[in-house]
Design a binder for this molecule. Structure first.
Ligand SMILES: Cc1ncc(COP(=O)(O)O)c(C=O)c1O
Length: 363
C-alpha cells in the first residue's frame, strides 16, 4: 500500500473518481472491436476538448513527452528548420527533442516568467520561410506563464506548420486548435484532464497529415510514427502496431466524460476561480507570485518562498504531516520557489483551503 496524497504539484493531479473506477474494468485486447470503439469515442471526446474537427485525433500511448516526440519526429525530417519559442524548461525540452530528430533549431527566447512575443516568432518565420514548423508551449509548467497563441494563426498563410504543447493547458484554460490554426497539438492526461498519466492526446490538421505522407525519409521512430498509429486506430481494417492499454484508455474516456458532462466553460471557470483564490492568498503568507501579471495560469501557480521557509524541508513537512504534494521550483525558482497545481479534480475551493490551512503551520 502507498499513501493517499492531495496532489497539488505540477502533475499528476488526483484523477476524477470516474477515471479511477474505470481502471478496474476488464482488460480488452488491443484489436478487439469493443476496444477500437472505445478509442473512437475517446478520440471524439478529445476533438471537443481540443476544439477541433481534425480526423487524425488519437490517444497516443505514453505520457506527454510521447506526444511531443510523436509530433516532432513525425513532422520534421533531418536538416529541416524548427523555430521554437523558449521561455521555460519545456520550451528548452522542445529544442532538445527537435535536435535529436535531426532538425536545425532556431530558438526565440523570452525571460523565464515572461510571455513569448508572438511577433518575434512570426518575424523569425518571415526571415526563414523554409522553416518546417514553429513550436510553442501554451502553458509553461516551469514558470506558470500562458503564452498567446491566437496571433500565430498567421502561419496558416505560409508553408510553416504550427505545433502546440497543451500538456498543462488542455482542460484547464481554453484551447482552440482549429480557430488558432494549430497543425499539431499534443497533451497529457494526468493534469487538467483528470485521469492518470500514460496517454498523450494528439491531433493533426489535414495539412500536417499531408506533410507526413510526403516525407522523403521514414519517421525516425517506429513507435512514435503518427501515420502508423493512425493506421492502427483508425485503419480499415485496423493494422497492429503495438499493444495499447485498454485500461488506461478506459480511464481517460471516463475522465473526459466527467469533464464534458460538466461542460468546458464551467470547467475553465472552476479552474479560474480556484487559481484566483490561491493567487490572492499567497502574498498574505509572504509568497511573491513569479509569473507575469495578465499571463498567469490559474491551474499552475509559481511563487517565491517567504524568508525563513526552507524549500525541501517545508515540502517534506507538507507531504509527511499533511499528505500534500507541491512542486519544487525550476530554473530561477529552483530551491527558492514552488509550483502549485490546481488541476482537474483538484481545481476547487477545498484543496485551496486545505493547503492554506497547512501553510499556517509553516509560515
Ligand atoms: C508543458 C509540458 N510539456 C511536456 C511535458 C512532459 O509531459 P510528461 O511528463 O507527461 O511526459 C510536461 C510535463 O510536465 C509539461 O508540463
Amino acid at each position: 500500500m502507498h499513501s493517499d496524497r492531495l496532489l497539488l504539484g505540477p502533475g499528476p493531479s488526483n484523477p476524477y473518481p470516474e477515471a479511477v473506477e474505470a481502471l478496474s474494468r476488464p482488460v480488452l485486447g488491443h484489436l478487439d472491436p469493443e476496444f477500437l470503439a472505445l478509442v473512437a469515442e475517446t478520440a471524439q471526446r478529445l476533438r471537443t476538448v481540443f476544439g477541433t474537427r481534425n480526423r487524425l485525433t488519437l490517444p497516443v500511448s505514453g505520457t506527454g513527452s510521447a506526444g511531443m516526440e510523436a509530433c516532432l519526429a513525425s513532422l520534421l525530417e533531418p536538416g529541416e528548420l524548427a523555430i521554437i519559442g523558449v521561455n521555460g524548461y519545456f520550451g528548452e525540452r522542445l529544442c532538445e527533442v527537435a535536435r535529436r530528430v535531426g532538425a536545425e533549431v532556431q530558438a526565440v527566447h523570452a525571460p523565464w516568467g515572461r510571455t513569448l512575443d508572438p511577433g518575434m516568432l512570426l518575424d523569425a518565420q518571415r526571415a526563414a520561410p523554409q522553416a518546417r514548423l514553429v513550436a510553442v508551449v501554451h502553458a509553461e509548467t516551469s514558470t506558470g506563464v500562458r503564452n498567446e497563441i491566437d496571433p500565430l494563426k498567421a502561419l496558416q498563410d505560409t508553408d510553416t506548420l504550427l505545433v502546440l504543447d497543451t500538456v498543462t493547458s488542455l482542460g484547464g484554460i481554453p484551447v482552440e486548435v482549429d480557430a488558432w490554426g494549430v497543425d499539431a497539438c499534443y497533451s497529457a492526461t494526468q493534469k487538467c484532464l483528470g485521469a492518470p498519466s500514460g496517454i498523450a492526446p494528439v491531433t493533426l490538421s489535414e495539412r500536417a497529415v499531408q506533410h507526413i505522407q510526403q516525407r522523403q525519409v521514414p519517421v525516425c521512430s517506429f513507435y512514435q510514427d503518427l501515420s502508423l498509429l493512425d493506421a492502427y486506430y483508425q485503419g480499415d481494417p485496423p493494422r497492429y502496431h503495438h499493444t495499447a492499454s485498454s485500461t488506461l484508455i478506459s480511464s481517460v474516456h471516463a475522465g473526459l466524460g466527467r469533464l464534458l458532462e460538466e461542460g468546458l466553460p464551467a470547467v475553465w471557470e472552476r479552474h479560474a476561480r480556484a487559481g484566483k483564490r490561491l493567487h490572492e492568498a499567497l502574498p498574505e503568507y509572504g509568497f511573491e507570485l513569479f509569473a507575469e501579471p495578465g499571463h498567469r495560469l490559474p491551474q499552475l501557480t509559481t511563487a517565491r518562498l517567504p524568508d525563513g521557509v526552507v524549500d525541501a524541508a517545508a515540502r517534506k513537512r507538507l507531504r509527511e504531516d499533511f499528505g500534500i504534494e507541491v512542486g519544487a521550483g525550476l530554473g530561477p525558482l529552483a530551491g527558492a520557489g514552488w509550483r502549485i497545481g490546481l488541476m482537474g479534480h483538484n481545481a476547487h475551493n477545498r484543496p485551496v483551503t486545505t493547503l492554506l490551512a497547512a501553510m499556517n503551520c509553516l509560515c
